[in-house]
Design a protein around this ligand. Structure first.
Ligand code: SF4
Ligand code: SF4
Length: 112
């Protein structure tokens, strides 16, 4: 379970992209693509792009997650997640996630 907490603290275990990938569920891929198109104002998200095993798991990543600035920063510093970073409380990069999903901060704290 802990490995399914993403670098930023999001819970990949409850993410529909991961569920659709693990279950190879094309209906869920379609529903997730439609939901995320609206949510992120990104019409380019298609059902076939809904493939992800999780931020810190081996395997395929959803395109946005593979390019994620937070994930890149964590890897460049040699950390597993932002929970290891002394600058987390003031970091403006991870704050973009934490202001929308405060639960991610709790998830990170629970890793320590
Ligand atoms: S890394 Fe993958 S499983 Fe985790 S939140 Fe992003 S899309 Fe979902
Ligand atoms: S600087 Fe920010 S994004 Fe980078 S590891 Fe630290 S908290 Fe995470």
């Amino acid at each position: 379970m802990k490995k399914l907490i993403a670098c930023c603290g999001l819970n990949c275990e409850t993410c529909d992209a991961r569920k659709a990938t693990v279950e190879n569920n094309n209906e869920l891929r379609k529903a997730t693509a439609e939901k995320w198109q609206q949510m992120y104002n990104s019409p380019e998200i298609k059902p076939e792009s809904i493939n992800c095993t999780g931020c810190r798991e081996n395997g395929v990543k959803f395109s946005y997650c593979s390019l994620c600035e937070i994930r890149g920063c964590v890897k460049a510093k040699g950390y597993e997640t932002c929970s290891e970073c002394a600058d987390m409380a003031t970091c403006q990069i991870v704050a973009m996630v934490h202001k929308h999903v405060p639960e991610a901060i709790t998830n990170l704290k629970q890793l320590n």
